[in-house]
Design a protein around this ligand. Structure first.
Ligand code: NAD
Length: 290
């Protein structure tokens, strides 16, 4: 039975996962290598829960009780009594494997592990742990408190007990699950990211401006956000990492990351989280940059 949840990585996704787990009455331990990021995550959770109070979705008591259930720290030791740990660190296979190696020795033998990776092989990540049968992909969508779906991805060794426990956990968090086989980028990002990459090619080739492309897809395809706005929201570093996994994993040139996306990431223009991507977020309203 899952009662204590560990979350590794306190970025956009980690803070969202901690948020929904704490509101669903799980004890949460949130870990990051970066102390400033932990402080920022707690502030973000506080602000987002306040917004839920204002909208009448939760009470102020729920808000305060949930905040008090979240402990933060930089050491994996904090996770030693957790029943379930979800890794939501930077989308780089080497980083995730290093985390698994360092983490496993401190965990309870029966603790289950998941990765929130957007694209990386669950079977390969599981192989970097001492418990591949208790490892699974649990792919939340961004922003976690608002998005309904959690993709569940079984690795080759994932056992039924782990799958059922994690599905039950997702349902307790109020989410709906969809199962995907363990192929690069699973279902949502296999379909979504090539569309975003194509939008960046459309910009790169001068077919349209940022504003034209986003307006066209919002009003012409009835998408709630334009693809470039969405890319900024996801993080251009994450988008590029997913395209690279698709390109390498499926060995098909149709997944070639757009050179303009590569350039933006090289410039450190990762999107909304750093204040600049295809839009500039330094003012009141986002301004298209091309
Ligand atoms: N951004 C999205 O829309 C989205 C959606 C679904 C899944 N994901 C996946 O979630 C994961 C996190 O993405 P994000 O957007 O939150 O990224 P982010 O850049 O906002 O946060 C990543 C965090 O991981 C931390 N980190 C790096 N190495 C670490 C380590 N060794 N130990 C502990 N913490 C470490 C960083 O300090 C940072 O705070 C990725 O695997 C990503 O693919 C992202």
């Amino acid at each position: 039975m899952i009662e204590k949840v560990g979350v590794i990585g306190a970025g956009q996704m980690g803070n969202g996962i901690a948020h929904v787990c704490a509101l669903s009455k799980f004890d949460v331990k949130l870990i990051d290598i970066n102390e400033a990021q932990l402080k920022k995550a707690l502030q973000t959770i506080d602000t987002n829960m306040s917004r839920q109070v204002k909208r009448g979705f939760i009470t102020e008591d729920d808000h305060q009780a949930a905040l008090s259930r979240i402990a933060t720290g930089q050491s994996y030791e904090l996770l030693k009594d957790c029943d379930f740990i979800i890794e939501a660190a930077t989308e780089k296979e080497e980083i995730k494997k290093e985390i698994m190696k360092a983490l496993c020795p401190v965990l309870k033998p029966e603790a289950m592990l998941a990765s929130n990776t957007s694209s990386i092989s669950i079977t390969r990540l599981a192989a970097a742990t001492d418990r591949p049968s208790k490892f699974i992909g649990m792919h939340f969508m961004n922003p976690v408190p608002l998005m309904q779906l959690v993709e569940l991805i079984r690795g080759l060794a994932t056992d039924d007990e782990t799958y059922t426990a994690v599905k039950t956990l997702a349902e307790k968090l109020g989410k709906t699950t969809a199962s995907s086989e363990d192929f690069p980028a699973f279902i949502v990002n296999r379909i979504l990211l090539p569309m975003i990459n194509e939008a960046v090619y459309t910009l790169y080739e001068g077919v349209g401006s940022v504003d034209s492309i986003d307006t066209a897809m919002r009003l012409g395809a009835n998408h709630p956000m334009g693809p470039l706005e969405l890319a900024d929201f996801i993080g251009l570093d994450v988008c590029l990492a997913v395209m690279q996994v698709l390109y390498d994993g499926l060995a098909d040139s149709k997944y070639r990351p757009c050179p303009l996306l590569v350039k933006y990431v090289e410039a450190g223009w990762y999107g909304k989280k750093v204040g600049r991507g295809f839009y500039d977020y330094s003012g009141e309203t986002p301004i298209p940059t091309r």
